[in-house]
Design a binder for this molecule. Structure first.
Ligand code: OGA
Ligand code: MN
Length: 303
């Protein structure tokens, strides 16, 4: 039976019904899910019954290699003992019934998820799909927002499209944290130099282009910093206008898969001192990487 996808937004976001992903091994069905991702950018799957191993195994079947060099590994040990399983929660690892306190460094680190971003753009190869699975959802709203970066690109005027064509952007998780005043130690920072990717990506499977931006976007090669940062800010403002944004209100056992190359996302604030919220994420890598992309080697354009 072909995938049943219901559209959730005029330009992106689909919800797939009647499918249990842990049982999907059929190559043609996996190919249909990938085609759905190409078309919608984000797919919501309700009522999945994953354990961690099934979650990881499904991600490998869908897209191959997993991202395990997360920024968070530089500041704390992974709670699950597996760097490919990212802990998206406010759970205190030393007392799993408690929340991370206001000034806990791990909490301060994860606050940056509330900035518009895309996962692992600071890596080479970059992140492709993220698959976020909901274990514990609080009774207050604690939604995730998604922004459609391909339609945002389409709606730029011709002059701006021409201006940004061919620009190369340095993405750095140290930079995005610094914008909130979170500092890595020099030893931590040395492990996370970042990566360089084109600002405009092509999606040959669907014949589209998209903006590739994130809070991690720190500089543009060959452009003075103030000008580069202003341009990045202006484009992120454009790309996250209401018309390009969808708000996902979570239910326990939702699995949401997004294409990090085609969308941005952010967490929305909630009372995290009084409610537990627990999700786990697996992100795949863009292999092969784009020809223009590379690991950042410390040599920047004009600053
Ligand atoms: C993530 C993320 C946002 C949220 O899992 O990569 O940014 O709402 N999550 O938890
Ligand atoms: Mn994220």
């Amino acid at each position: 039976m072909p995938l049943q996808i219901k559209s959730l937004h005029p330009s992106f976001m689909g919800e797939v019904s009647d499918i249990s992903l842990k049982d999907v091994f059929d190559e043609s069905l996996l190919a249909e899910i990938r085609a759905g991702m190409d078309k919608y950018g984000v797919l919501v799957f309700k009522d999945q019954q994953f354990d961690d191993d099934e979650h990881l195994a499904f991600a490998r079947r869908l897209d191959g290699e997993l991202h395990a060099k997360t920024g968070s590994r530089t500041i704390a040990k992974n709670r699950f003992g597996n760097e490919a399983l990212t802990d998206i929660s406010n759970v205190d690892p030393t007392d799993e019934n408690d929340v991370l306190k206001t000034n806990d460094r791990r909490r301060l680190y994860s606050l940056a998820n509330r900035l518009w971003h895309t996962d692992a753009s600071f890596e080479y190869p970059a992140g492709r799909y993220s698959m976020l699975y909901a274990y514990v959802i609080p009774p207050v709203s604690a939604d995730t927002q998604f922004a459609d970066m391909r339609t945002a690109y389409d709606r730029l005027d011709a002059q701006m499209k021409e201006r940004i064509d061919g620009l190369m952007v340095h993405h750095s998780i140290a930079y995005s944290r610094q914008t909130l005043g979170f500092e890595f130690s020099p030893e931590e920072a040395a492990k996370i130099q970042g990566a360089v990717h084109p600002m405009v990506r092509e999606f040959p499977n669907v014949g589209r282009k998209g903006l590739y931006l994130a809070s991690h976007a720190a500089s543009i090669e060959g452009m003075a910093l103030p000008e580069a940062r202003l341009l990045i800010k202006q484009l992120i403002e454009h790309a996250t206008r209401d018309e390009f944004v969808y708000n996902h209100a979570w239910t326990t056992r939702d699995l949401v898969i997004w294409d990090n190359r085609a969308t941005m996302h952010r967490a929305t604030p909630f009372d995290d001192q009084n409610h537990l919220r627990e999700l786990r994420r697996v992100t795949t890598l863009e292999i092969p990487p784009l020809e223009q992309s590379r690991a950042f080697d410390g040599v920047q354009g004009v600053h």
